[in-house]
Structures are given as structure tokens and as C-alpha cells.
Design a protein around this ligand. Structure first.
Ligand code: SF4
Length: 246
């Protein structure tokens, strides 16, 4: 999966995150698939990365599974993470998101395992729980990890401007069209129906008690050097003096 420089940034962010979460203990096990629903949201960069992987593995036909999903029942966010951050930083009430309807399994789930596991999107990588969701009724996530997840979601969206964000199935259905994928790789502005445009980071969202941990994570991210891209430069452009928090 060579050729598109943003793939290298994406891989570096995934690696950073996988290393970061290794400090926590979770009860998640293979074949526990409670979180593998059609609710997953991703960026177009992540979608293009999945398609490039399927192409390389000669299993693009897996995308045919997407056609079996009822698009009317899919959750489609009205706001990206950075749009939501802008509302919060400006102390404005964000529009209410629609209720999530489909709890049907993700089309990439087979026999309790993920068919695209090596390239699963950030949303899937960040599904964790410290207690059994099926018993507890919801995931139990350390609050600081929620903060780091938001920060990395913001960064991924920022890196993927002028791409889009939305339901994974809609993103993949859009990009599986060769013409759309070509336009994405040329970084042309895309306005697909049902997806929202990615935005640059307006400031980071974190509670004051997580400031140290956020700073540590940003300092580590700044050390990433990816081909021609120095992550420190990317982050310096983003960060305002002193950072932003709510
Ligand atoms: S992509 Fe894989 S990990 Fe993510 S919801 Fe689907 S089956 Fe689960």
C-alpha cells in the first residue's frame, strides 16, 4: 500500500495508538463482537486505506457485502469531531444527532472475527472496555482514554482535509467507485451525500485534569517522522499557544 503519503501518517497514528493503549488492561477478547455494528464512523483516508488493503490482498469482492446493508437504517453523523469541537469551544449548543437505528452486525464480521482486522479503522481500534459490556450493559473506558481518543479523532480528521467523515459503509460505498477514489487521491474537494466535510482542528477538547496526559501524548506524536512529513510541523500548525480546553 505504497504511494499515497497520507497512508504513512495514518499507519503511524494507528501504531502510536496501539502502543498507547497497551498500558491499560481490558477484558476484550477475540470473538466478543458486541461493538461490531453498522454504527462505525470513519474518515475517507481510513476508507481509502481499507480499499487499498483489499486490493492488495485481491479480495475487493468483500466490498460487495456493503450492498446487502439497508442504507436508510444507517447512522449518519451530522457533525464531524472537529465540527463538534468548534461548537464546544465556542460554547454553542451542537445540533442533536439522530438516534442510531441499526444494531445489525458490521458487514466485515465473519464467525466472530474481523475480515479487515489489520486495517480496521480508528473507531474500531478504540472500542475497549475494562468490564464485560454484555454484563455491564455498556463499555467501561478510563476517562483519560476517552480524551486521547477524541484528540486522535481530531488529528485524523485534520490530516484528512479536504476529505470527508461519516458512516464506514457510506464512505466505502462512495470510494469503491474508481472515479471517486481517483478524485480522493488527487485531494479534490468531495461532497458525497450522507458524509460531512472534514475540518481542521479548531482547538483540542479536554478537561483540565487531563492536560498533562494530553501534553505527553502530543509530545510523543510530535516525535513521529513519516517520510517527508514531520509530525511536529503538523502539530505546531494546529496548536495555539497554551492549547485549548473545555
Ligand atoms: S471493521 Fe472489523 S472491528 Fe470494525 S466493526 Fe467491522 S468487524 Fe468489527
Amino acid at each position: 500500500m505504497e504511494g499515497f503519503p497520507k497512508f504513512d501518517i495514518l499507519k503511524a497514528i494507528y501504531q502510536f495508538y496501539d502502543d498507547y493503549v497497551s498500558q491499560f488492561d481490558f477484558v476484550c477478547q477475540p470473538k466478543c463482537t458486541a461493538c461490531c455494528t453498522q454504527h462505525v464512523c470513519i474518515t475517507t483516508l481510513e476508507g481509502a486505506f481499507i480499499i487499498a488493503y483489499l486490493k492488495e490482498k485481491k479480495c475487493l469482492n468483500l466490498l460487495d457485502r456493503l450492498n446487502q446493508v439497508d442504507p436508510n437504517r444507517l447512522f449518519s453523523p451530522r457533525l464531524s469531531t472537529n465540527m463538534l469541537a468548534a461548537y464546544c469551544l465556542n460554547r454553542r449548543e451542537p445540533p442533536v444527532e439522530e438516534e442510531c437505528f441499526s444494531t445489525a452486525p458490521c458487514p466485515f464480521l465473519e464467525d466472530g472475527l474481523c475480515l479487515i482486522y489489520p486495517v480496521r479503522p480508528f473507531a474500531c481500534r478504540s472500542f475497549f472496555s475494562q468490564e464485560r459490556c454484555d454484563i455491564k450493559g455498556e463499555a467501561v473506558v478510563p476517562p483519560v482514554l476517552v480524551t486521547i481518543n477524541i484528540l486522535l479523532n481530531q488529528l485524523l480528521e485534520h490530516v484528512d482535509t479536504p476529505g470527508c467523515y461519516g458512516n464506514m459503509i457510506k464512505v466505502l460505498l462512495f470510494l469503491k467507485n474508481e472515479e471517486n477514489l481517483g478524485r480522493y487521491f488527487l485531494q479534490q474537494c468531495l461532497m458525497p451525500e450522507g458524509l460531512v466535510p472534514n475540518r481542521p482542528i479548531p482547538g483540542f477538547l479536554f478537561p483540565p485534569e487531563h492536560q498533562r496526559e494530553v501534553r505527553k501524548a502530543i509530545d510523543k506524536l510530535a516525535l513521529l517522522r513519516i517520510g517527508q512529513i514531520d509530525m511536529k510541523n503538523v502539530l505546531t500548525q494546529i496548536l495555539r499557544p497554551g492549547g485549548e480546553h473545555v
